[in-house]
Design a binder for this molecule. Structure first.
Ligand SMILES: [Zn+2]
Ligand SMILES: [Zn+2]
Ligand SMILES: [Zn+2]
Length: 358
């Protein structure tokens, strides 16, 4: 993630909606990838038409900002919702109970994680298409509660997962205490909203970037045969009281459950690495200026920088009495898989050996 700068010179973060120095309203334009300082368009009766101080372009706030204050992205066309909120199929009900403020807070955390995911996907040039634009290939999100957290809903047990472009997340994952209980219950070393969304986005892009690119043979050689019974594999994984990582060369314990889960885990780790390296480069913590995700960075350079940055990040966390930020160790096998993910995202980038020989 890059940081941004207000027209007044104040540094801004991606999540900001108002400049703390000059008080201007801020909004993110996903097409331009910029957080913009805004001023109201004079003589506009609704009071919700804004123009960018820098570019003069006009925008409206997203409907989810006006109604619920859970979004800071802008709308530049006739739609009511921004690019991120257009992907929502089901959002929490904020009308019907005394728990609505709590639900809004959890939903806001999910939206924030979703926008961070989308920022990276868009920067990498991956298509972000809603199901209203393409029912078959589009992406959608459902943020659902189940009876464990809200006895009034129909669903008994909502599992976070992906099915044909629909990413479902249990709203309880956005509760820090609940998520930590789940993490400990499953013996995981890392569990975050952003991690979930990155993982599930890997399932979504598998079809486009592996199957449709005719890359299944290479996939099977590295990850295994994805045609093995998925339900059976997952049932047997979760039947263990505390799933253990029996194969240390895998990226995580969960990656052992099925080749498609291994792919989604590696995809998520690739996004962890690239987003964090972009952040580190923006703060001058890696050499060579700001990492540009638009044009396939050198993956071997990224691995080298990531080995430095992730170790330093963990050491800094320990200095603050916190758990490791990146509690994972890469093997030669996981690096090969991350190279494969890199080639699927940047199909025109050549493996290093090939690039050297031409
Ligand atoms: Zn400002
Ligand atoms: Zn929005
Ligand atoms: Zn998965």
């Amino acid at each position: 993630m890059r940081n941004f700068t207000c027209v007044c010179g104040q540094g801004l973060f991606f999540e900001n909606s108002q400049c703390t120095a000059c008080g201007r309203r801020l909004g993110f334009d996903p097409q331009r990838g910029e957080l913009l300082a805004l001023e109201p368009v004079q003589a506009e009766p609704s009071g919700v038409l804004w123009h960018s101080v820098e570019t003069g372009l006009t925008y409206r706030p997203c409907r989810n900002d006006l109604d619920f204050h859970v979004c800071n992205w802008l709308v530049g066309d006739s739609d009511q919702y921004c690019l991120s909120c257009r992907l929502n199929r089901i959002v929490p009900d904020l009308e019907s109970s005394v728990r609505a403020p709590l639900r809004r807070e959890r939903w806001a955390r999910l939206e924030q994680a979703k926008r961070r995911l989308l920022f990276t996907l868009l920067a990498m040039g991956l298509p972000v298409v809603s199901k209203s634009e393409s029912q078959s290939d589009g992406l959608a999100f459902a943020f659902l509660e189940d009876q464990r957290s809200n006895p009034a809903v129909m669903e008994q047990h909502v599992l976070t997962g992906h099915w044909q472009g629909l990413i479902t997340v249990n709203l309880a994952e956005a509760d820090h205490v609940e998520r930590e209980k789940m993490r400990q219950g499953l013996g995981e070393s890392y569990r975050t909203l952003l991690g979930h969304l990155r993982h599930e986005s890997g399932h979504y892009y598998f079809e486009q970037r592996v199957v449709q690119q005719g890359e299944l043979e290479g996939f099977r050689a590295l990850f295994g045969d994805e045609r093995q019974d998925y339900d059976c594999a997952l049932r047997s994984y979760y039947a263990q009281p505390m799933p253990a990582q029996k194969r240390p060369e895998m990226i995580s314990a969960y990656a052992q459950s099925h080749p498609l889960e291994d792919w989604a885990e590696c995809w998520a780790h690739y996004l962890h690495m690239m987003d964090t390296l972009e952040t580190a480069s923006d703060y001058g913590l890696v050499p060579g200026g700001i990492l540009d995700l638009r044009c396939g960075p050198d993956i071997e350079w990224c691995f080298w920088q990531w080995s430095r940055v992730s170790v330093a990040m963990n050491a800094l966390n320990r200095s603050m009495g916190l758990d490791d930020a990146y509690p994972f160790v890469h093997s030669e096998l996981t690096l090969r898989k991350l190279r494969y993910v890199h080639q699927r995202i940047y199909p025109n980038s050549m493996p290093r050996q090939m690039a050297a020989s031409v």
